[in-house]
Ligand binder design. Structure first.
Ligand SMILES: Cc1ncc(COP(=O)(O)O)c(C=O)c1O
Length: 205
């Protein structure tokens, strides 16, 4: 599996959970995310099962270029949008480009349920299967029967309630984060050694 190099370890841990081999793709200065050039080069050497792209610090990776490369090789994209809830790239939300997208509601994120996250996809069957695995993989039977190994990755109704409340402040938080970004950009613009990934929210990209 290909995975972005500059990221939090949780982006690549699932590769090891599956006994697969991670191949790290360099990140680029423009976005601090996966370099489309490095990705293209890696495809010359390997054929991965999937490509894990991350959108760090609320900045989208260059999804048009990355999607083009992955589509050419017919390899699915898994988007780690843990840090980019509300970010758009060409007016489309990050986490909705790939086959699957994941978001985090951990305590250090833009909104939080104290812990937990969200998986999104337009593949309904895939989501049903993920929900089955995430809720102990219990077969449809009146008794306890399991034909697959399951996990307890479910979100409790209590924290989901907190999440619904938090959704109401998301827009405000995005505006605040954008303002903070612009403040840093302005404050350091005269110092070439200090560089931000560019502000690629909304229509800027
Ligand atoms: C890029 C990235 N991926 C994955 C995660 C893991 O999310 P969680 O802690 O909700 O499992 C985080 C943050 O915690 C993150 O920043």
């Amino acid at each position: 599996m290909f995975c972005q190099s500059l990221t939090f370890s949780a982006s690549c841990n699932p590769i090891i959970y599956q006994n697969a081999t991670p191949v790290f793709i360099d990140s680029e200065p423009d976005t601090w995310n996966m370099s489309p050039k490095a990705l293209e080069k890696a495809f010359e050497k390997y054929t991965p099962k999937a490509v894990i792209v991350v959108h760090l610090y609320g900045h989208s990776a260059k999804m048009d270029e990355i999607m083009k490369i992955c589509n050419k090789h017919q390899v699915p994209i898994l988007e780690d949008a843990a840090e980019s809830l509300g970010t758009t790239y060409h007016r489309k939300f990050t986490g909705t480009f790939g086959k699957y997208g994941v978001f985090s509601f951990n305590g250090n994120k833009i909104i939080t349920t104290s812990g937990g996250g969200m998986l999104v996809s337009d593949d309904e069957k895939g989501i049903q299967k993920a929900r089955f695995w995430a809720t102990q993989a219990r077969d449809e039977a009146r008794h306890y029967q399991h034909s697959e190994i399951g996990y307890n990755y479910r979100m409790s109704n209590v924290v989901a309630g907190i999440g619904r409340g938090q959704m109401k402040v998301l827009e405000k938080r995005i505006a605040q984060k954008t303002q903070i970004f612009e403040t840093y950009q302005k404050a350091f613009q005269a110092i070439p050694e200090i560089r931000n990934a560019y502000g690629n929210r909304g229509t800027k990209m």
